[in-house]
Design a protein around this ligand. Sequence first.
Ligand code: FES
Ligand code: FES
Length: 876
Amino acid sequence: MTVRFNLNGQPRAIEPAPGESLLDALRERCGVTSIKDGCQPQGQCGCCLALIDGRALVTCAIEATRAEGREVLTLEGLSSRERDVVSTAFAAAGGVQCGFCIPGIALRAKHLLDRRESPSRDEIARAIDGHLCRCTGYAQILEAVELMAKAWRGGAMPEPAGDGGVGKPLARYGGREQALGLRPYVADMQREGLLHGALVLSAHARARVVRIDTSKAKSQAGVRAVVTAADVPGERWYGLLSDDWPGFVAEGEEVRCAGDVLAAVAADDVRTARAAAALVEVEYEPRPPVLDPEAALAPGAPRVNPTHPNLLSRSVIRRGDAAAALAASAHVVSGTWRTQRVEHLFLEPEAALAEPLPDGRLGLYTQGQGVFDDRRQVARFLRLPEERVRVELAPSGGAFGGKEDMSIQAQTALLARVTGRPVKLVLSREESVRMHPKRHPLRMDYTAGCDSGGRLTAVVARIVGDSGAYASVGGKVLERAAGHACGPYRVPAVDVEALAVYTNHPPGGAMRGFGVPQAAFAIEGCLDLLAKKAGLDGWEIRSRNGVGVGDAVTTGQVLEKSVGLRRTLDAVKDAYYVARTAGKAVGIACGLKNSGIGNGVVEWGRCRLVVERDGSVSLYNGYTEMGQGLLTVLVQFAVEVTGLPASLFHPKVDSTFALGCGQTTGSRATLFGGRAVTSAARKLRADLDSGSRLPDLAGRVYAADELVDDTTALGADVPKIKTHTSYGFATQVVILDGDGRVERVVAAHDVGRVVNPLLCRGQIEGSIHMGLGYALTEELPCEDGMPVTHSLRELGVLRARDMPATEVILVEEPEPEGPFGAKGVGEIGLVPTAAAVAGALDAYDGIRRTKLPMKDSPAARAMSVGRIRRPRGDWR
Ligand code: FES
Ligand code: FES
């Protein structure tokens, strides 16, 4: 059937497939890229918004045939001034991080501003309630819409952000284009002869695969290839730290979790590929899944992963005689704290594009957090030398740790090799939830003691983490939980053990905070309980125990520099006591977070500055951008050193140079990448100082490879323990209103040096948003090992109207090992949040909650999300 409508003022006629959504029709048949697929067909993220006959509607939930005779407007159809207002306002306010959600929100803002001249902040928040942003915490989005409002009817345009170096404003690199949907994510990329991929995922958390029959799928018109384990030419098993994860599960083997891949299809279009994938017949012999980590460790438990016993890792820290110290303590508290499995819910589901290149190499566009790790694993999978695979980082629509492991890169690359054509594979939201590793659920048994003055004497902690079916970085997450088990406090005697355990749940892996938010929830709970026994308030007990220069943290590392905890405590002191005096329920918690993986791992920062013939400078580095603003701050370091304008620098992340640094993880990219850029920029500066002009230097490459190899392994018997290069510190205060809702969060953070004030604030606000969801509403429960929901609202990520007022206070305690004093800020923002909320709730209703999310609380009930109504889907 032909559907005729006007798109952005132009007549269009399309022939959609039966049941095709308007979103798919606009993207695939009309080339509109400002509308994105974040959750089709749920209609819950707002990324696919269009104005249809003037009504703001999500296009993923509408059949394309309903466009007949209508006027459809997307961001592409705005006037050039309106587009200018949108892009300038979002760039000036810092309202763009990964950018995936922004075009939809910007169009919603236009819809609002066409009707309301000066909407209040509340009205704006309510207007964008149908939109989800996982990055920003919404505050800078609301500010961007306020800036838009001022300019909308011909008022002055927002001031563009500056062109500055370190500590000065600089608009996010590419932020203006992202706001308009002009920077292509993988799903937006097109190629001549492009094929589309689809996967067959396991129907069980644990079962033996008896038979995989692809014959029906192969016989479908438009299907170009169906591949299984038998088609993998190289090493089928891969992994970041352990090769325990098969790209395809073969006949005769066990599937181990909901995200296991049995087969992959390449076809002429997405619908054909997905329909063919549904025709792949898999015969299973179901087996009882191993779901309880304690049971998985019991003698005789079935082995989850054939490459390793069920105990994935054991991290131990012992200092002093904890048992004796507890026996001599004036006060002792004990308890079990439990945290939940959490879905990253980055707005852009995983996508990859692989293509044969004219020079015979395989090109791979990935949004992974470590493109060189992707290349290494894909090359082994295909049995190719690494130099035969060219990787390039595509703009990433958010990651938060969930894109460290391979997802679909290897399967996409194999389909491209087999067909000899470009292949693009994009996961649905449901597939995304099933495939990538989650935040670990931990059980934490703590006992802590203090003297009569409230000074900590000892901490004993036994931590068990559910790492799911594959190692990912689970062992390291538990190592990090152990290493942060005592929080930012002086504890003379420490006895900590943390176990990572294989089960048939979705894998546990990296997620913002990497085990530290879990440990913080437990140790901060202990502090609150001890404070009550010692007759102290929450601020005072933290003040008496907080670390300073010369004190040891959990691992035994004695801090020598850049310890801003005291200043963060002082920064929130008034807010804490004023609210208490006013009779409010108040909670407080502190946090520390490593910058740099450390623990004996050799790390690098690498950079190449290449002076191009057009007078620009390409800035290559080995770490990835995923919305956090890395590329922007790297430019700022280069600007600061060279004195050249920011507009001359063009950041690039690809395999042109051998710049592999591993994953962007551990809050280390600014620290180490910045050091490398600074070092390379100094070489360029030296040439400029010696009289060369930039055009004279065309073709020069300024290289810097910064080696960091001075950290020590956990438990190493060395004279001087240095488990991490640096630590960030924070104190947060959470204040409830009279109904027990979160009214305000005050967050003071020691960031070393503020490189970009707007981006730095945005990182912390976004983390607090994630921390509040972690505290109150977010979880991914499973039944028989399978996730019970992939609904965005049920998963519990907070909406704009759920967010309280947030005040961020930036403290600068320069880090001598960081570029211009900077250290990592990407993760610490949510480390103290859940514990501060728990403290506030205790002050409100006298209930000490030790299990996340705290859905039984008035603060959670006040949120608009997080109600899981019923288990969904029969996976068998
Ligand atoms: S893709 Fe339509 S609302 Fe999410
Ligand atoms: S900027 Fe909103 S989801 Fe990333």
